[in-house]
Design a protein around this ligand. Structure first.
Ligand code: PSU
Ligand code: MN
Length: 308
């Protein structure tokens, strides 16, 4: 593959790719902006371990010193976690300036997909994706993640989306842009902290092999673009819907009152929810990421068989 001159692939990741072995991409905004230190670093390192235990090679993605990185060292992960929100949250539009100026960036779902695709990685595990925010009919706040899913051929395994978003509008947007939304073992879109949202997904698929086949066929047909796999949080870690929805409503109100907007909105809401639920939401968040890492690794293993 023609390598992008701005991209550094870690040797272990490069070797796995050269040998046609499964690789799973991981994002870094979840480390710098999504969780507090030191749980963020602990979680990121555990996720890599889980991916290895399930037969794939992890590639945590970020921008470091202006280089696009596919695969980070534990020291680099620790640096991103410790530095926290002082690292720029890097969406598609931020990449040119960060790279030109030799700066650091924590990659969102959008930029993790971009860099994974540059590196030749097709499966990506995270917690939740961005989407159409509540009130988007006037604010026009729609995450770039949805546009990236429309165009970039990477499977994103998540636990659905938080109801900080308008989940109905998020599904409509994905439908318009031709992004398949799959429920893993469910017909209902999971809402991150809870297994149910009241919204149906397009298709239920029940095995990693079938997920891999659907994604493989999408690319083989020449359709391109991504696929969203929504994996419900395990029952034992799911939160009480009333408790979490109350915290979310309060966080959304607070953001509105303070006039929070643009790229600050999502990190503000995530931090507020964590404060309001006293850490319970963080524990659930960590467990659902582990659960997604397992499914992504198993699916990457199946996809590597099809790609041979
Ligand atoms: N939603 C979550 N947790 C997260 C994010 C979203 O539940 O950590 C992060 C992801 O990196 C996602 C980004 O790609 O926020 C979306 O930001 P925005 O809404 O500004 O597009
Ligand atoms: Mn936004």
């Amino acid at each position: 593959m023609a390598l992008n001159k701005y991209l550094d692939i870690a040797p272990e990741v490069q070797k796995a790719l050269d040998e046609g072995r499964p690789v799973v991409a991981l994002e870094s905004t979840i480390i710098s902006h999504g969780m507090p230190y030191p749980q963020n670093v602990e979680t990121a390192l555990n996720v890599e371990k889980i991916i290895r235990e399930h037969g794939a090679t992890p590639a945590t993605i970020a921008v470091i010193g202006g280089r696009l990185k596919a695969g980070l060292s534990p020291e680099e992960i620790d640096y991103l976690g410790k530095t926290g929100p002082a690292v720029a949250k890097a969406s598609r539009r931020d990449l040119p300036v960060l790279v030109a100026e030799g700066r650091d960036g924590a990659t969102t779902v959008t930029t993790t997909m971009i860099i994974a695709h540059m590196a030749g990685i097709s499966v990506f595990a995270t917690g939740g994706i961005g989407g159409v925010h509540r009130g988007a009919e006037t604010t026009m706040d729609i995450s770039a993640d949805l546009e990236e899913l429309a165009h970039t051929p990477v499977m994103v395994v998540c636990a659905g989306a938080k109801s900080i978003l308008d989940l109905g509008l998020t599904l409509e947007y994905l439908e318009t842009h031709g992004v398949p939304v799959i429920g893993y073992g469910t017909r209902e879109l999971p809402a991150f902290y809870t297994r149910k949202s009241g919204f149906a997904v397009d298709y239920e698929i029940d095995t990693p092999a079938e997920l891999a086949k659907a994604f493989y066929v999408k690319q083989d047909m020449g359709l391109g673009g991504g696929m969203l796999v929504t994996n419900p949080i395990p029952e034992e870690y799911s939160m009480d819907a009333d408790v979490i929805n109350k915290a979310i409503d309060e966080a959304v109100e607070e953001a509105k009152a303070q006039g929070i907007h643009g790229k600050e909105t999502t990190p503000f809401l995530l931090a507020k929810i964590k404060d309001l639920t006293g850490g319970d939401s963080l524990a659930s968040n960590i467990q659902l990421v582990y659960n997604n890492a397992k499914l992504a690794a198993a699916t990457a293993v199946e996809l590597s068989k099809l790609a041979k």
